[in-house]
Design a protein around this ligand. Structure first.
Ligand code: GDP
Ligand code: MG
Length: 685
């Protein structure tokens, strides 16, 4: 028999870290709230029994006000996991227990994992586990998920609870009699429970919990229970009476009761280190990092430093090395070998000028991408990125945008697909549509090779500065677009959003390596599949004419003709040649394909007699100014097919999807036009 354990806890309490440790998977762990939107399931390793672990989205309570809370709550009630493992951030115990009290009310088997005990210990605080267990009435296991401490004990205890529950001993727990509520509230709850219990079926939720929710006027629960109007009237009468007795509204009464109860428990069970109490190191750093004036310049400086390292000495060293390896050694060997084997000339061309040139032009950037994401992971895991989000949130709210948009947008720097999916956390539909439209303006990893190629060819002296400016351009365009759209077709109130700051942490080597490898792996996999196929097709379309004859002049090929037809659209932007037009067209498949296409069309392979270096060949087609306009266009125009599909799925409307695409492409054209034309007026070239 398989057991199912659901991990439930506040955002950033370590659920995903715990999930990864338990199941051996490598789900994304980020030191900021809101990273896990969908639930994930995995099989626990190193256990005899078949145990499934479910990682639910992070939540602060079980109210019906946010999507995450509804997902988690419905899962617990409807899917009835065998045990709910409540992950509590012990270094923030008071706030975390708010959810715990609500989980206990559900009357389902709960085991509390008191996580981040390492942080508590290093602060010198002490938690009396026995007392806490007694107060909550459920097992409490101390853990440190990121150090793999206590996880084995946690699983054993949960299994024991599950087996006892399965044996029927703990069936229909009624919650604790000395629960969080005072006598008068408890009396009200009991009355409501008694009058409705007969109407809740065997399969229904715990009656006491349902009574509490009815008193709180929780619409989702009311809807689900389908109680008669007469009964609802009765509940309403109880509610009004209690609100009058306490001279307050029901929600406040319940919340006050829970908070009072929790501070009572915490007061008894937690002994704070006497030396602490004043500002922690984390607080001191935050005073500087989130300072109203310093915050944004500091953020820019940090990001600039990352680019400087990535595209400075280390990065270019790896590029030169791999470039020689692939484009000279490998291409030379392949061509010699095919020649010796007597392969047909078209085959030699395909392998060397198609596949090796296409893939090679991309693969050279793998190390740089990995280096960049290594540093970005440090910023994320340490907690700095959450501060950046916090600062940006403040800025965005001033502009009337939802601060919650910032997290998907931050994810967009990795890849637009999960970022667009991440917009599900926005409840307000207009804010969500707006965020979906803006997220692809954040420069994803796939666009990096394009910048790397062009800056190496045209801005060798200031490579990192120019790439940095492209990233900033994306952010600025997104903010301006947000203001424009928010004041026109997507008018509405910005939903409030409370961004919580996680403590600073030293990133773990394992976490960093997982992040870096994830990126690198994804990139290589894409190169081996999509880009590989694209290279073959690109080579074909530039070698053959529409009548399937091999052509002498590439400009007479299929791509030559198509590219020639659309090239005039790009002429005012400074790159009206057919090769650039084709590159942008293939970029719709994946943005890396822009580089692969350039590699193939500019004859990077070793077969052609007159093969030259790609960068040198590009200089015949672009000036620094038009190269910059080209990079800006690549940044802003329609994202790749995968992102397009994600947009369609999340918008759930063709009208909005097409609007998003048209808006992005239109913006790309206008911005590139302005850059090129203004640049020319200023005499830059
Ligand atoms: P989730 O949002 O609940 O899924 O939390 P994550 O698993 O993404 O973890 C949030 C952050 O807490 C990450 O930076 C983890 O490395 C860190 N973390 C997780 N567990 C522990 C722990 O036991 N001790 C410490 N010090 N950090 C932890
Ligand atoms: Mg998570």
């Amino acid at each position: 028999m398989a057991f199912r354990f659901a991990l439930v806890g506040n955002p950033n309490s370590g659920k995903t870290t715990m999930f990864n440790e338990m199941t051996g998977s490598t789900q994304y762990v980020g030191n900021w709230p809101g990273v896990t939107v969908e639930k994930k399931e995995g099989k626990a390793r190193k256990t005899k029994e078949d145990i499934r672990i479910i990682d639910l989205p992070g939540i602060y309570s079980l109210s019906p006000y946010s999507l995450e809370e509804i997902i988690a709550r419905d899962y617990i009630i409807d899917e009835k996991p065998d045990v709910v493992i409540n992950i509590v951030d012990a270094s923030n115990i008071e706030r975390n227990l708010y959810l715990t009290t609500q989980l206990l009310e559900l009357g389902v088997p709960v085991v509390v994992a008191l996580n981040m005990m390492d942080t508590v210990e290093s602060k010198g605080d002490q938690i009396d586990l026995k007392l806490l267990e007694k107060a909550l009435g459920v097992p409490v296991i101390p853990t440190s998920a990121n150090k793999n401490r206590g996880i084995k004990e946690l699983l054993e205890k949960a299994l024991q609870v599950a087996q006892t529950a399965a044996a029927g001993a703990a069936a229909k727990t009624e919650g604790r009699s000395d629960g969080p509520y005072d006598k008068n509230v408890e009396a009200g709850i009991s009355s409501v429970r008694d009058c409705m219990t007969p109407f809740i079926g065997e399969k229904g939720p715990n009656p006491r919990w349902a009574a509490i929710k009815l008193l709180e006027n929780d619409e989702k629960v009311i809807e689900k229970l389908k109680l008669s109007d007469a009964l609802m009237e009765e509940v309403k009468a109880y509610r009004s009476k209690m609100e009058k007795d306490f001279d307050s509204d029901m929600e406040t009464i319940m919340a006050d009761n829970r908070y009072n109860y929790i501070s009572g428990v915490v007061g008894k069970a937690v002994r704070k280190n006497a030396a602490g109490g004043s500002l922690t190191l984390s607080d001191k750093i935050d005073i500087v990092v989130t300072n109203r004036i310093l915050a944004i310049p500091l953020f820019l400086a940090v990001m600039y430093a990352v680019f400087q390292i990535t595209f400075g000495a280390i990065g270019s060293f790896t590029i030169d090395y791999i470039d020689v390896l692939i484009n000279e050694t490998l291409a030379g060997a392949a061509s010699g070998w095919l020649e010796a084997a007597g392969a047909a000339e078209w085959l030699q061309e395909l392998v060397v000028n198609g596949i090796i040139a296409g893939l090679g032009s991309i693969m050279v950037f793998v190390p740089q991408i990995m280096i960049m994401f290594f540093f970005i992971s440090i910023l994320e895991d340490s907690g700095y990125m959450a501060r950046a989000a916090f600062v940006m949130d403040r800025l965005l709210r001033k502009l009337g945008l939802s601060g919650k948009s910032f997290i998907p947008m931050l994810m967009g720097f990795g890849c637009s697909v999960p970022a667009v999916m991440g917009t599900r956390t926005l409840e307000n539909e207009k804010d969500r549509r707006l965020t979906i439209i803006l997220t692809p303006f954040m420069s994803c990893g796939a666009r990096l090779p394009v910048y790397a190629l062009f800056t190496a060819a045209f801005f060798a002296e200031n490579q990192s500065l120019v790439i940095f400016s492209i990233y900033i351009l994306g952010i600025v365009v997104a903010i301006l677009s947000g203001i424009i759209l928010k004041n026109t077709i997507l008018k509405g109130e910005a939903a409030p959003f409370v961004m919580e700051l996680p403590p600073y942490r030293i990133p773990t080597a394992k976490g960093l390596l997982i992040h870096m490898w994830d990126r690198g792996k994804g990139f290589i996999k894409k190169a081996g599949t999509v880009i590989f196929a694209a290279s073959v097709i690109i080579w074909f379309c530039q070698s053959f004419s529409f009548s399937l004859q091999m052509v002498e002049e590439a400009s007479e090929s299929i791509f030559g003709i198509i590219g020639g037809a659309i090239a005039p659209i790009f002429a005012p932007l400074g790159f009206g040649d057919w090769k650039s037009a084709v590159a942008l067209l293939t970029g719709l498949v994946a943005k890396e394909a822009v580089v692969a296409t350039m590699g193939i069309l500019h004859g990077l392979g070793a077969v052609a007699e007159d093969s030259v270096e790609l960068a040198v060949s590009l200089q015949n087609y672009f000036t620094p100014l038009s190269a910059y306009a080209f990079m800006a266009f690549t940044l802003l125009y329609v994202p790749c097919i995968a992102a397009f599909a994600a947009i369609k799925r999340e918008m759930n409307s063709w009208k909005w999807t097409l609007f998003a695409v048209a808006y992005q492409t239109g913006t790309a054209w206008i911005v590139a036009f302005i850059i090129y034309q203004v640049g020319r007026l200023l005499g830059l070239n």
